[in-house]
Design a protein around this ligand. Structure first.
Ligand code: PLP
Ligand code: COI
Length: 360
């Protein structure tokens, strides 16, 4: 089957410069969207077709659309950064394309070729490049996603899908900038089990997490930390971020057990940390290890990482059984060094020695 080329049908009525600038002055996260979107259809027997870049607009959905009932839907998150020379670049888009394919396989959906995934993102960024913030760590967040468009109530893989890319200017994910977050250890609810969908970026994982997120909020915490579903002891990840534990100059992230999302930031930090002279490992950390090693001072820092959240320190921990301040509750030195190195790389202020940046 041939790969379609994206037909450009730009808006004749984009937002004015003044309106856009007002949004870019304080974009928040995921609240405003650019003037265009990409849509590519997939139909059984025909493959990918009708690739278009069109004005951003609502979709019309049949009430019996299969996604609304059975949630055959996946998504990605990646960012485009303004570079010092004014050009724009994305960070490891092929890694997002490959994870999108892995999510598609798990959810019995068609795989979008890497080139088409990247071409779709590039086309939208180029068209709406005025929306890429011009400085600092602000960025244009890309949200590629795919969902079933077949109409019907039979439970089986759909025979029609729509792939789309939308974009949203992003300031800090957590209002208030680099402020340590408080976390709730979820011992009642679990996010995923081995053999389930935890390693896929699919909507249902997020829907299933919301009750625990509400529980965290009720306990005065910002985020949920998920534990393994069998022993309820091993740290897995957070709602939209992976975790790192800092033992002096050694950093450890929970190993990929099949039930947590293989984060691209997580993966990048294993390499960046080694570049900076740290030891970086994947391992197993239990809730008891966390509490004990914090108390005896060997666990010096804990941070969360992800595309939207970049790197965010963890300042305090709470569960039904215990609560403690992580270290002195302030952002740690290693956390902030890694954060700067990652952002410097993404914004073109640090040499891209691993070929991770994709210039447009
Ligand atoms: N874990 C979950 C559940 C996520 O939703 C995300 C965000 O994408 C991450 C981890 C971090 O992944 P990445 O670094 O690829 O953004
Ligand atoms: C991301 O970091 O891209 C995410 O998808 C996290 C969250 C917004 C779901």
């Amino acid at each position: 089957m041939t790969t379609p080329t994206i037909e450009l049908k730009p808006s004749s009525n984009p937002l004015s410069d003044a309106e856009r600038e007002a949004i870019l002055a304080s974009p928040g996260f995921g609240r405003h969207f650019t003037d265009h979107m990409v849509t590519i259809k997939w139909t059984e027997g025909r493959g990918w077709h009708d690739a278009e870049l069109v004005p951003y607009a609502p979709l019309s959905i049949d009430p019996a659309n299969m996604t609304l009932h059975y949630a055959q839907t996946i998504f990605e998150g990646m960012k485009a950064y303004r570079q010092p020379d004014g050009t724009v670049a994305t960070f490891r888009p092929e890694a997002n394309a490959e994870r999108f394919q892995a999510s598609a396989r798990r959810m019995a959906m068609p795989e979008l070729p890497t080139e088409l995934f990247i071409e779709a993102c590039d086309a939208l960024i180029k068209q709406d490049s005025a929306w890429v913030p011009s400085s600092g760590e602000a960025s244009l967040y890309l949200r590629p996603f795919m969902f079933a468009t077949e109409v019907g109530l039979g439970v089986r893989p759909a025979n029609e899908f729509l792939f789309m890319v939308i974009a949203s200017p992003a300031g800090a994910y957590f209002a208030g900038g680099v402020k340590p977050v408080s976390v709730w250890l979820s011992e009642e609810y679990v996010r995923a089990v081995k053999g389930g969908t935890g390693a896929a970026k699919t909507g249902g994982n997020y829907a299933a997490s919301l009750v625990a997120q509400a529980q965290a909020a009720a306990h005065g915490c910002d985020q949920v930390v998920w534990l393994d579903a069998v022993e309820h002891r091993w740290i897995e990840e957070m709602g939209g971020m992976n975790l790192y534990f800092v033992y002096g100059d050694r950093i450890v992230t929970p190993e990929l057990t099949g039930s947590l999302l293989p984060g691209i930031t997580r993966d990048s930090l294993l390499t960046i940390a080694r570049d900076l002279g740290y030891t970086a490992e994947e391992g197993r950390i239990s809730t008891e290890d966390w509490k004990r090693d914090n108390e005896n001072g060997t666990l010096t820092e804990v941070f969360a990482c992800g595309t939207a959240a970049v790197i965010t320190p963890v300042g305090s921990v709470k569960s039904d059984k215990a609560s403690w301040t992580q270290g002195d509750g302030e952002p740690g030195e290693v956390t902030m060094k890694l954060r700067k190195a990652l952002l410097d790389l993404q914004t073109g202020h640090r040499a891209d020695t691993h070929g991770w940046m994709h210039p447009l």
